[in-house]
Design a protein around this ligand. Structure first.
Ligand code: 7GP
Length: 830
């Protein structure tokens, strides 16, 4: 089934719903209709924003028939549905992807041209929906793309944040956050459905009652409530007619709430109460991997999960559905612990509302959920204080206690006399305050638990959840992350896509293993020349953008060395900084002649959580180093540093295709997987990286010769910790490291003000929790190997081609197949 001309089942419309004709004329007609009748303007009077909105709505028309049909099939069929529960979706711009999915790119471009419009200006008008922080949210976006492309029925559930991830600006080198008002100019991609509102309760208390069969039951008497309004988004598959749904919830005050207070005559309080309710979906928490445990965040989590479960049970399932069959119809995938409150929520629905016995309800529930853990950092594992959870969700707390009690009984039976084990495995922690460990609840209440790369899944079993993996080993599995080749190759790197398609045909777009067929061309000098030309053209495109966007003027022919990801100490942006400063110091101290230095342009992109002080100091230091080096005539044209503000999906799509070198330099054992690493490899950048996350698998696939490995392994890191790590030893014994750090500490990059670099420097020399200094020499040695390789362009390009050819495994289509095999369609838990 191909194309947008699918008939819709006759129940939905009298006769087939016809999309506009897939011709330039048909497109123009639909576009002008949208402009005139949708937007209410004449072409001659229309603004770029009018045109963008009309264009978006035009493309939507082509998807509509497929969307309606996919929805009908999902409801009427009996296939198991994936309910992807995620607090974040970092979608990126929609227009390009929708044009790609419908194969309308050329038609739309020509149609706009005939209307006197440059489609590039309309593309640039779109503000990306930044409803996520980083890797976890972007992964969710890749997954829903792949599921639609593979025709797997899926509803993505999440939150429609009014403000997504903040816009980053720099003032005097320091990060300043500006609210992201992505909805300000209109949001043509969403469909609000206020009539499908769901009420969500909070607070209050619980009561016992006896039903007519004499059974003791519990009911929740809530203290307050809000409404959830669904906003539907299309998730188009790649030219297969399938359009899945992303359902994002927005909070609104209930009318009863309003009335009650308005009647009391206290207008100000009424408005405040309304604001209070609507605050729930107001803003995305900007912490990546470091949750703050704020009450509003728990409200957000319960809010979207309660709406989503209700929506699925009440609106997607047939009215007479037998809930004992629920695990045959749905699998809710929990994207980290953020949606884990769904487990007690489903228990509450089954036991309190539907009247199931506890045991039967528990049997159903634990077959309906699967849990993905995206971290290894202990501070990233969410815990909620019992006090807070009990105040906000009193019934859920009772249910959690009950789950825990029954679970610990089982554990005690399996390990008689091992009370320490039972205590370790309790969902309830006693110290430092009594709290609920959400990762434990998720593990106990799920059919499967997975990590996101081989190494992390192993460490998850061995270090994070050892008691649980010993108790139920079959529950644990791995699914290595992936990225969508549609957005990150086809859309982002049109030139490379064309070269690949010209060489091996176009099947790679939905079957990325086909990239293997490029391998022989690595030895073809003609192909290498074309490949290198693509890279060069992508660099020039990026430099044009950075010149307009950020006023940066960068040399055209240097190696492009890129480190883009959230700012976090464990990701070690400071290690990259030390490398740059060491190269610079070599030149200005006269140790190395400038003509011996391989020209490099370094690009950073990173947002820091607004409350993460040290991360913001690191940003300031990078900007200070950049300003100094860029202004220094001694290294001009040879070393340049660019830190464009506001790294996001849109910018990633420009930077990644241009990169020569991909920096994946986290301390081993800390980065769960990484997905940027995959995007770079697929776009022909070589990786310099530690043996961490999915780097391990990338290196295995592309081969040691085409990957620059450095640094301690995870067991070596552990051993060094155990011995007692002292960064000062490395500082004192390594002359180059000393000169590098001393230059920073001297105030050379901060107008002589030593205080301005002191926090970062002191942290490195005295604490260095992520062992930057321990890996410094190894990193420098690897960078020297990078230089040597880059000096031989033919060898470099050959490696780059092999990176592309051998990275097909990292398609999110493959991840989805693994989820289907290992988790979603696998047999239920014993
Ligand atoms: C990230 C991990 O840090 C990254 O290694 C991984 O590739 C990505 O998830 C997708 O699996 N984690 C987050 O973004 C995050 O917020 C919360 O984790 C625990």
């Amino acid at each position: 089934r191909v194309g947008p001309t699918l008939p819709v089942s006759s129940e939905l419309a009298a006769g087939p719903v016809e999309p506009p004709a897939s011709t330039v004329e048909g497109f123009i007609e639909a576009f002008l209709r949208e402009l005139n009748y949708g937007q209410g303007v004449l072409l001659s009077r229309s603004t770029i924003n009018d045109q963008y909105l009309a264009l978006a709505r035009t493309v939507r028309e082509y998807l509509m028939a497929g969307w309606l049909e996919t929805g009908a099939l999902r409801r009427e069929g009996d296939r198991k549905i994936v309910g992807y529960l995620s607090a974040e979706y970092l979608l990126g711009r929609q227009l390009g992807n929708a044009l790609l999915a419908t194969n309308l790119q050329d038609i739309a471009e020509e149609a706009m041209r005939r209307c006197g419009i440059d489609i590039a200006a309309l593309r640039a008008q779109e503000i990306e929906p930044g409803l996520g922080n980083g890797g976890l949210g972007r992964l969710a976006a890749c997954f829903v793309d792949s599921l639609a492309t593979m025709d797997v029925p899926c509803i993505g559930y999440g939150i429609r944040y009014e403000y997504g991830i903040f816009r980053q600006t720099f003032e005097n080198g320091r990060q300043v956050e500006v609210p992201d008002s992505w909805l300000a100019l209109g949001s043509p991609w969403e469909f609000p459905h206020p009539e499908r509102q769901v009420r969500v309760d909070f607070g209050g208390h619980t009561e016992k009652w006896t039903d007519d069969q004499g059974r003791e039951r519990t009911r929740w008497v809530p203290g307050w409530n809000v409404l959830g309004i669904p906003y539907h988004h299309m998730v188009p598959g790649f030219r297969n007619g399938t359009v899945n749904t992303l359902r994002l919830w927005s909070a609104k005050a209930t009318q009863a709430f309003d009335l009650q207070i308005f009647n009391s005559g206290d207008y100000a309080t009424a408005v405040r109460a309304q604001t209070f309710a609507e605050n729930i979906s107001k803003v995305l928490y900007p912490e990546d991997s470091t949750p703050q445990g704020k009450e509003l965040r728990l409200q957000q989590q319960y809010f979207f999960v309660a709406c989503s479960l209700h929506d699925f049970i009440a609106n997607t399932l047939p009215k007479d559905f037998d809930l004992r069959q629920l695990p045959e119809r749905i699998i809710f995938q929990l994207n980290d612990t953020h949606p884990v409150i769904a487990i007690p929520e489903l228990m509450r629905i089954l036991v309190d509302i539907k009247g199931f016995d506890w045991d039967e309800a528990w049997d159903i529930t634990r077959r309906c959920f699967a849990y993905t853990c995206h971290t290894l950092l202990p501070e990233a594992l969410e815990v909620w204080s019992v006090e807070l959870l009990g105040r906000l969700l009193p019934r859920h707390l009772e249910i959690i206690y009950q789950i825990n009690e029954l679970f610990l009984e089982e554990v005690r039976q399996a390990f008689p006399g091992d009370e320490m084990r039972a205590r370790r495995m309790s969902i309830i922690a006693e110290h430092p305050e009594r709290s609920v460990r959400m990762a434990y609840l998720a593990t106990i209440g799920s059919a499967k638990v997975n990590g996101v790369a081989e190494l992390q899944s192993q460490l998850l079993r061995d270090k994070v959840l050892p008691d649980f993996s010993e108790y139920e080993p079959a529950k644990f599995t791995n699914v290595t992350n992936g990225v969508t080749p549609r957005r990150f190759i086809y859309l982002a790197n049109r030139r490379l896509s064309n070269l690949i398609t010209d060489t091996i045909g176009s099947e790679w777009v939905t079957d990325l293993d086909r990239l293997r067929e490029l391998e022989p061309y690595a030895d073809d000098a003609g192909f290498r020349a074309e490949f290198a030309a693509v890279k060069q053209a992508n660099k020039e495109r990026l430099f044009r953008l950075l010149s307009v966007r950020d006023g940066l003027e960068l040399p055209q022919h240097a190696m492009l060395d890129v480190l883009v990801k959230r700012l976090h100490e464990y990701k070690r942006q400071t290690l990259k900084l030390l490398h740059i400063v060491s190269l610079y110091e070599d030149v200005i101290s006269g140790t190395v002649a400038i003509d011996q230095v391989v020209p490099r342009t370094f690009i950073f992109g990173a947002k820091a959580a607004p409350g993460y002080h040290l991360a913001k100091e690191i940003i300031f230091l990078i900007n200070s180093v950049a300003a100094t080096i860029n202004a220094d005539e001694r290294v001009k044209g040879v070393l340049s540093v660019a830190f464009p503000a506001n790294y996001n999906v849109t910018l990633a799509e420009k930077i990644i295709p241009a990169a020569d070198l991909s920096e994946q330099i986290s301390l081993a054992g800390k980065e769960a997987s990484g997905t940027g690493n995959m995007k770079f490899a697929l776009n022909g950048a070589l990786t310099i990286g530690t043996d961490d996350g999915a780097n391990v698998e990338i290196r295995q696939l592309v081969g040691d010769d085409n990957f620059f490995l450095f640094g301690m392994t995870e067991p070596e890191v552990e051993a060094l910790h155990a011995r007692g790590y002292n960064p000062a030893e490395y500082y004192e014994s390594n002359d180059k490291l000393q000169r590098t750090i001393n230059l920073i500490a001297s105030g050379h990059f901060t107008d002589g003000d030593r205080a301005l670099s002191a926090q970062v420097v002191d942290n490195l020399v005295t604490q260095d929790p992520f062992m930057v200094l321990a890996d410094f020499q190894s990193y420098l040695d690897a960078q020297a190997r990078v230089d040597a390789a880059y000096r031989d362009p033919e060898r470099w390009t050959r490696s780059a081609i092999l990176n592309v050819a051998r990275s097909g495994f990292f398609s999110s289509d493959r991840s989805m197949r693994d989820y289907l095999d290992r988790i979603w369609l696998s047999s239920p838990v014993e």
